[in-house]
Design a protein around this ligand. Structure first.
Ligand SMILES: O=C(O)[C@H](O)[C@@H](O)[C@H](O)[C@H](O)COP(=O)(O)O
Length: 223
């Protein structure tokens, strides 16, 4: 796995935005289109705010979501709401190129619908991922049955991180993508990073080769 270490979260976000822009341009110049999977949570927000200022072929981008929380449309805690506020409301991605998870329908119905959309979609070009303090990524949490679900999109119940019901892309889609960028910032993530380095197979450790972008706080336990 390739790792880049940053002095702070702002530097990490700045590099991540530049790298995403570069990969998007590459995909569009090669294939005429770029399928970009956004991460949820709080870490990527600053990256999205910086990305929206960049010159990108926005009309050629398709936006997907790595996971979504089963909350009403527009709920402030939804991952697509964060993406809208930080990025999508500010850039001219065609609305029909934004492929939202219908998480408001509940885990099973939303996962079935998104799995159908993914089955008709090409391989994702870029997947952005975060990591939780327990080593989860997207909504694939430790000891959760979703980890063994091989569907393209999977229902998630009993998430230890609220809300308990979610939908997530499965490992097949995440690992089948052309590029993965994993954004890890903050002292809260140091323990999970140390456990992964010690060989623990936390959910994010099952993610295929990717570019790990880590800030100094998250590396604290390594020094
Ligand atoms: O719905 C979510 O919460 C995210 O998809 C989740 O996987 C997130 O990426 C990690 O929990 C890290 O979250 P932070 O970036 O807020 O630390």
């Amino acid at each position: 796995m390739s790792e880049k270490l940053f002095d702070n979260a702002e530097a990490l976000a700045g590099y991540a935005a530049t790298r995403v822009a570069e990969l998007c341009r590459d995909a569009v110049s090669e294939n005429g289109v770029c399928h970009l999977v956004l991460a949820g949570g709080s870490t990527p927000k600053r990256c999205y705010e910086l990305l929206r200022e960049m010159k990108l072929p926005w009309g050629s981008l398709h936006i997907w979501f790595g996971d979504e929380r089963c909350l009403p449309i527009g709920d402030a805690e939804r991952n697509d709401t964060m993406a809208d506020v930080a990025l999508l409301a500010h850039v001219p991605v065609p609305p029909d190129h934004i492929h939202r998870m219908a998480a408001e329908l509940g885990p099973e119905a939303a996962a079935a619908q998104y799995a159908e959309m993914l089955a008709a979609a090409p391989v994702m070009d870029i997947v952005l991922l975060g990591m939780g303090e327990d080593g989860h990524t997207a909504s694939l949490f430790p000891d959760n049955p979703a980890l063994q679900d091989e569907r393209l999109a999977v229902p998630v119940f009993d998430s230890p991180k609220p809300p308990p019901e979610r939908v997530s892309m499965g490992y097949g889609v995440l690992n089948g993508a052309s590029h993965r960028l994993i954004l890890v910032a903050g002292t809260g993530k140091a323990d999970a990073l140390a456990r992964i380095r010690a060989g623990e197979t936390l959910p994010i450790a099952v993610i295929a080769e990717g570019e790990w972008l880590i800030d100094r706080d998250a590396m604290m336990s390594m020094v």
